[in-house]
Design a protein around this ligand. Structure first.
Ligand SMILES: NC(=O)c1ccc[n+]([C@@H]2O[C@H](COP(=O)([O-])OP(=O)(O)OC[C@H]3O[C@@H](n4cnc5c(N)ncnc54)[C@H](O)[C@@H]3O)[C@@H](O)[C@H]2O)c1
Ligand SMILES: [Zn+2]
Length: 361
C-alpha cells in the first residue's frame, strides 16, 4: 500500500493508494472532525456499482451520508448540474463543516470539487477517484472546474481536497478504453520526468494491460508522486506545472477537430505527444532513438499515434485558441531528453506544420 503526500504552504494532504482501503477510509472519516451530514457525488455508472458500499462505509464512520448521482459524461460538468448539487446540499442540511466525497472519474471529481469550493465559500471535500485518469491525474492537484458552452474548464478554481483515497479495486470494472485514456497520461509522466519510469513502462506492457496488481500499484503510485512533486513546486501553474501540458497543445486541437467524440482525452494526448516529439527532433533537441522509443511504447500500450479526421490547417489554427495560449504565444512543452522537457515559444510555423502532417492519418 502506498502513501504520497502533497506538501503545500497551506492545505497539504495525504493520498493513499492500494486495494480495498475501507479500513483507512473509515478511520479517516471517524477522526477528521467533519459535521455529521455528508454528500457523496457520483455518476450513474459508478453509483450503480459502488454507492451503496461507500454510503455504508461512511455511515459506519458515523456520518449521515447520502448520494447525489449525475448523468455520466462530460456534459454533466456544467453550472446547471452544480446548481442541482447545491440545492441538494442545502436540502440535506450540509453546513460549513460538512464533507463532499467525489466518487467517480474526472467529471465527478472536477464538478464535486467545484461545488465544494463554492458552497458556503468552501467546504471540505475528499476525492475517491474510480477511473485510471482520475487516479493518476485529475484527483491530485486541486484544479476544480465546470465547462462553459464556449470551452472546457473555463469556470473553476484551485481548491485542494482534504484527502485522496485511490482504491485500485475500482479499476476492475472500468471499460478498457477508459484504461487507455489513463495510460496516455501515465506515459506522459515518464516522458517528461522520469526515464527509469519510462523504461519500466516499456518492459511491463503486458502486465500493465492485464491490470496485474503489482504493475498497477507501481504505475499509479509513481504517476501520483510525479504529479504531486510538480504541484508542490507550482500549485497555481505559474511555471513548472506547465510541463504537465506535454502533448496537450496538439492533443486539444485533435479533440476539437474530432468533436470530442473520436478520441478520448488520453488518446488525443498520445497523438499530441508524438507531434511534440517530432517538433523536438526537428529543433535538434532529441534524436531518432527517443522519438522511436516514445512511439513504440505508445503502440505497445494500444495508444494511437496518428489522428484520423484532422487537417494540419485546422489544427494549426486551433492551437492559438487553446486556453493555455497567452497573447498568441504557444508555450511548447518539448522533450530535450527522455525524462526531461523544456518550454519553448520560438518554434517556427513550418516545423509545427510538418509535425502535424506526420501525425495525420
Ligand atoms: N482537475 C484536473 O487536474 C484534471 C486533469 C485531467 C482531466 N480532468 C478532467 O477529467 C475529466 C475526464 O475524466 P475521466 O476520463 O475519468 O472521465 P469520466 O469521469 O467521464 O469517466 C469516464 C467513464 O468511466 C466511467 N467510470 C468511471 N469509473 C468507473 C469504474 N470504476 N467502473 C466503471 N465505470 C467507471 C464513468 O461513468 C464514465 O462513463 C475531464 O472533464 C477532464 O477535463 C481534470
Ligand atoms: Zn490531460
Amino acid at each position: 500500500m502506498g502513501e504520497v503526500n502533497v506538501i503545500l504552504p497551506e492545505n497539504s494532504y495525504q493520498i493513499d493508494i492500494g486495494k480495498n482501503l475501507d479500513d483507512k477510509v473509515r478511520a479517516y472519516f471517524k477522526g477528521a472532525g467533519f459535521s455529521s451530514r455528508a454528500l457523496v457525488v457520483t455518476d450513474s455508472n459508478v453509483g450503480r456499482l459502488y454507492e451503496n458500499a461507500v454510503e455504508a462505509l461512511l455511515r459506519s464512520a458515523g456520518l449521515a451520508a447520502e448520494t447525489y448521482r449525475i448523468p455520466p459524461g462530460e456534459r454533466s460538468k456544467c453550472l446547471a448540474e452544480a446548481e442541482k448539487i447545491y440545492t441538494r446540499a442545502i436540502a440535506n442540511g450540509l453546513d460549513r463543516k460538512s464533507v463532499i466525497c467525489a466518487l467517480g472519474g474526472g467529471v465527478v471529481g472536477d464538478l464535486a470539487g467545484f461545488v465544494a469550493a463554492t458552497y458556503m465559500r468552501g467546504i471540505p471535500y475528499v476525492q475517491m477517484p474510480t477511473s485510471l485518469l482520475a487516479q493518476v491525474d485529475s484527483s491530485v492537484g486541486g484544479k476544480v472546474a465546470v465547462n462553459h458552452p464556449s470551452g472546457k474548464n473555463l469556470i473553476g478554481a484551485f481548491y485542494q481536497p482534504k484527502r485522496v483515497f485511490i482504491d485500485l479495486a475500482f479499476l476492475s470494472t472500468l471499460p478498457p478504453r477508459e484504461i487507455c485514456t489513463g495510460l496516455g497520461e501515465i506515459v506522459k509522466y515518464g516522458a517528461i520526468y522520469d526515464e527509469a519510469f519510462f523504461a519500466y513502462l516499456e518492459k511491463n506492457g503486458p502486465a500493465i494491460l492485464a491490470l496485474e496488481s503489482q504493475a498497477l500499484e507501481h504505475i499509479v503510485t509513481r504517476s501520483v508522486e510525479i504529479k504531486a512533486d510538480v504541484v508542490r513546486q507550482d500549485e497555481r501553474e505559474n511555471g513548472l506545472r506547465r510541463i504537465l501540458n506535454f502533448g496537450h497543445t496538439i492533443g486539444h486541437a485533435i479533440e476539437k477537430e474530432t468533436q470530442y467524440v473520436r478520441y478520448n482525452h488520453g488518446e488525443a494526448v498520445a497523438i499530441g505527444m508524438a507531434g511534440a516529439a517530432f517538433i523536438s527532433r526537428a529543433l535538434g533537441l532529441i534524436d531518432d532513438t527517443i522519438v522511436d522509443r516514445l512511439l513504440h511504447l505508445m503502440e505497445t500500450l494500444h495508444l494511437p499515434i496518428k489522428a484520423k479526421g484532422c487537417t494540419a490547417d485546422a489544427m494549426y489554427k486551433d492551437i492559438f485558441h487553446d486556453k493555455k495560449t497567452v497573447d498568441g504565444q504557444v508555450n511548447w512543452v518539448l522533450l530535450d531528453a527522455l525524462g526531461h522537457v523544456t518550454v519553448r515559444r520560438d518554434v517556427p510555423e513550418e516545423i509545427v506544420r510538418d509535425a502535424m502532417a506526420r501525425i495525420i492519418e
